[in-house]
Write a protein that binds this ligand. Structure first.
Ligand code: ZN
Length: 242
């Protein structure tokens, strides 16, 4: 089965459409959360994802949109964007988000937004944080989002420490018998100083992954954000991939 793995589309329809166009043929989408928040098209992004067979877990921005998180836990721009999203969510979008399970297990793969320990909030960016999490899920591979940074943590049998591996763009990488925590990067608001939308393909038969990037019409998304009076800093950061 060929899986399109996405995370953090953040209501950026241009970025999501670019990924869907670039990914080619796939069997299913696995979405690792934050389909809404920050961007101007929350309802449209949920509708677009729903056109495909897919599995999805919620992120912190999805929960904020449903009033499940205190907005004081967000920085001021994120808080303002969350208030905007709450005001613009259609009832069907809210129902869609409310039905999502915090974690999903599919064969050898666990899907969460933040980390297996704290599915909604924890950032997995360091070897230390990853090591605390390998015992928090049962499957061989855990797929996470939240940091908007493409990363691979590899925990080989018998090794003392896990490794942090940089993803190789556009190349199939087979996963050996080690355990892995993998982040596909962010679709709608990349934060690794590369403004192109990030996503990943996963071949479950070969157990191989391919991290990919695709440019999208950043200016169009920015224009929509300005027209919606979303915080200007959130629009600006898209062109820098920050
Ligand atoms: Zn996010």
């Amino acid at each position: 089965m060929l899986v399109l793995v996405i995370s953090d589309a953040h209501a950026n329809l241009e970025a999501l459409n670019a990924v869907l166009g670039d990914a080619g043929e796939f069997d299913v989408i696995w979405s690792l959360g934050d389909i809404v928040g920050y961007g101007p098209d929350p309802n449209e992004c949920i509708a677009r994802l729903s056109e495909y067979p897919h599995m999805a877990v919620p992120g912190n921005h999805d929960w904020a949109a449903m009033d499940r998180l205190d907005l004081d836990d967000f920085n001021p721009d994120a808080r303002d964007a969350n208030l905007w999203t709450r005001a613009h969510m259609e009832p069907t979008s809210r129902e869609y988000l409310e039905a999502l399970p915090e974690r999903h297990v599919e064969g050898e793969f666990t899907l969460v937004h933040g980390s297996p320990h704290h599915p909604i909030w924890e950032y997995l960016l360091s070897v230390d944080a990853a090591e605390r999490n390998f015992c928090q899920y049962e499957t061989r591979v855990c797929l996470v989002g939240h940091s908007h940074i493409p990363l691979i943590f590899r925990d080989a049998p018998g090794s003392r420490r896990c490794e942090l591996l940089p993803p190789t763009e556009g190349q199939w990488v087979p996963l050996d018998c080690a355990r892995y925590i993998i982040n596909p990067g962010g679709v709608g608001q990349p934060r690794d100083r590369d403004p192109r939308a990030a996503y990943m393909l996963l071949d479950t038969a070969q157990t191989a992954i391919q991290h990919r990037r695709v440019p999208y019409d950043v200016e169009r998304t920015q224009a929509k954000m300005r027209a919606a009076s979303l915080p200007p800093r959130l629009a600006r950061r898209l062109q820098y991939g920050l």
